[in-house]
Design a protein around this ligand. Structure first.
Ligand code: PBG
Length: 325
């Protein structure tokens, strides 16, 4: 009998899967807050928590047990001002969190998100001029100060998410000049001005108090522009590039993969996460949908995925491995 697909053998089908997920593909976002004894669920993101520094230990051990290798940190600072100065404070929330995680475990790669929107009183990703517009070049000085303070605290990878022009070059130069030549930069190169960040902005208290981010984040009508942004960031010596969000942007991931010889990281963002979690809760779809989604992101060409689903996926992959053997 002629057949188009692999003849009915489950093991053979498993062995010949083109796309697979490993637990080391995932980067897990962690939200850190000031205060004590806090582990509180973020209302807009079921199953995701705010942690105070003293409660990070239990979470880090859980991640290690699950085999998750990497986290990306987001901080909610104790104070905000026009210049976002809590972002580069030696005793800022991220700096403290990095030191704490490093004291708990040497086996977790710590990535820090470098941006200003969580730290500025106006909620924009940079320094504003008198017209209320973000001043690109002045902002670069602040971003590199933030990056350096993260490196000094012990961060393993710096991930600038601000979308200012030439920030990779400036951060690279600052890191190099201060003895951090070996710290890689993972630039959010193709970051779209997306509606999918809604739950995150609640979680990180980072919604702009006026206007939007369309002057510095990308317009989702455009794909080729993303290739240009990525080319420029690679030129400035970014070690990895991030495409964000992931799901409505699988074509961008694929184009980037086909165009550049680099590791592509996809950010499966908060809106994508919360929609799925709520749809599962409502009984509209099975939770298998999570696996299908993450496979699709890898199939498109992502090497790594920043995802809030990392923990539940790690459990699923472990179970699948046991069932298969
Ligand atoms: C900071 C930043 C944002 C996200 C990651 N870093 C918010 C934004 O740009 O508005 C969003 C992540 C998510 O939605 O999960 N600039």
């Amino acid at each position: 009998m002629r057949m188009r697909r692999i003849r009915g053998n489950k093991i053979l089908r498993k062995m010949t899967e083109e796309t697979t997920l490993r637990v080391s593909d995932f980067i897990y976002p962690l939200f850190v807050v000031e205060g004590e004894d806090i582990k509180s669920e973020i209302p807009s993101m079921p199953g995701i928590y705010h942690f105070s520094i003293d409660r990070l230990g239990e979470e880090i051990h859980e991640l290690e047990d699950l085999g998750i290798k990497s986290v990306i940190l987001f901080g909610i600072p104790s104070y905000k001002d026009e210049l976002g100065s809590s972002a580069y404070d030696e005793n800022g929330i991220i700096q403290k969190a990095v030191r704490k995680i490093k004291s708990i475990s040497k086996n977790i790669l710590v990535i820090t998100d470098v941006c200003m929107c969580e730290y500025t009183s106006h909620g924009h990703c940079g320094i504003l001029n008198e017209n209320g517009d973000v001043e690109n070049d002045i902002t670069l000085d602040y971003l590199s100060k933030i990056a350096l303070s993260h490196a000094k605290a012990g961060a393993d990878v710096i991930a600038p998410s601000d979308m200012m022009d030439f920030r990779v070059e400036k951060i690279r130069k600052t890191l190099d000049e201060n003895g951090f030549k070996n710290i890689p930069i993972m630039a959010y190169s193709a970051k779209y001005a997306s509606n999918f960040y809604g739950p995150f902005r609640d979680a990180a208290d980072s919604a702009p108090s006026f206007g939007d981010r369309k002057s510095y984040q990308m317009d989702y009508h455009n794909g080729k522009e993303a290739m240009r942004e990525i080319a420029l960031d690679l030129d400035e010596d970014s070690d990895f590039i991030i495409v964000k969000p992931a799901l409505s942007y699988l074509d961008i991931i694929k184009q980037a993969k086909d165009t550049f010889n680099t590791n592509i990281v996809a950010y499966n963002v908060s809106g994508e996460y919360s929609m799925v979690k709520n749809a599962i809760k409502a009984g509209l779809v099975s939770e298998e949908i999570i696996y299908e989604i993450l496979i699709s992101i890898k199939r498109a060409g992502a090497k790594l995925i920043i995802t809030y689903h990392a923990k539940e996926m790690a459990e699923k992959l472990r179970k699948e491995r046991n069932d298969f053997i």
